[in-house]
Design a protein around this ligand. Structure first.
Ligand SMILES: [Fe+2]
Length: 201
């Protein structure tokens, strides 16, 4: 882990809205290519393992290089491998780590040191309040749902945040958070974890 960019934030911090932006057309084209190529596979995998058909996606870097379906749930792997799973276990690239996603993730990795558990999450629903872990969770929206928002517990006060396509956002995973998608439009985010905060550019 890079020593120069030690974690410098804690639960007092809200969502960090960076000034980094990515080419939204390229992001959407890359996602479209994956959908065309792997949609049937994705449906089969998510239905089989999550029993949730409106919360799916793809795995670009996970525990198992052959799992392309978004199966990066700690519980699933804990049962499969019968051991405690940490974020660092999600470090094998799948064949979907490619193209424009690879280009921007390689660039981010040079600034953040290792990235873990890289996924494309697609869902038209929200998620109840939960915490993730002792790391930062980064989001790059590929398709935003207009009224979708993140609720983040910042020192006991709930702050509400919206996302723009192609932006780069992150927050500390031990902060309690939930997501709300009132219009039930699909929202698609490229999501990954890092133990480091993005250094100022
Ligand atoms: Fe979360």
């Amino acid at each position: 882990m890079a020593s120069s960019f030690e974690k410098h934030m804690d639960m007092k911090t809200g969502l960090i809205e960076t000034d980094v932006t990515f080419d939204i057309e390229k992001l959407q084209n890359e996602y479209r290519k994956i959908l065309e190529e792997f949609e049937p596979f994705k449906r089969e995998m998510t239905a089989k393992h999550t029993k949730i058909d409106n919360f799916g996606g793809f795995c670009l870097r996970g525990i198992d290089k052959d799992n392309l379906g978004e199966l990066s749930y700690t519980k699933f792997y804990k049962e499969k491998y019968n051991k405690d799973i940490t974020e660092i276990d999600f470090s094998s690239n799948t064949m979907l780590y490619r193209g424009y996603f690879k280009e921007i993730l390689d660039e981010l990795e040079s600034k953040l040191d290792n990235l873990y558990r890289i996924r494309i999450i697609a869902t038209d629903s929200g998620l109840d309040y939960h915490t993730d872990g002792d790391y930062f969770r980064y989001h790059i929206p590929i398709h935003r749902s207009k009224n979708f928002h993140l609720n983040l517990d910042v020192n006991g006060k709930i702050e509400k945040y919206h996302f723009e396509n192609g932006g780069l956002y992150y927050f500390f995973g031990e902060q309690r958070h939930s997501t709300v998608n009132p219009d039930r439009e699909n929202r698609v985010h490229l999501v990954f974890s890092s133990y480091n905060a993005l250094p100022p550019s």
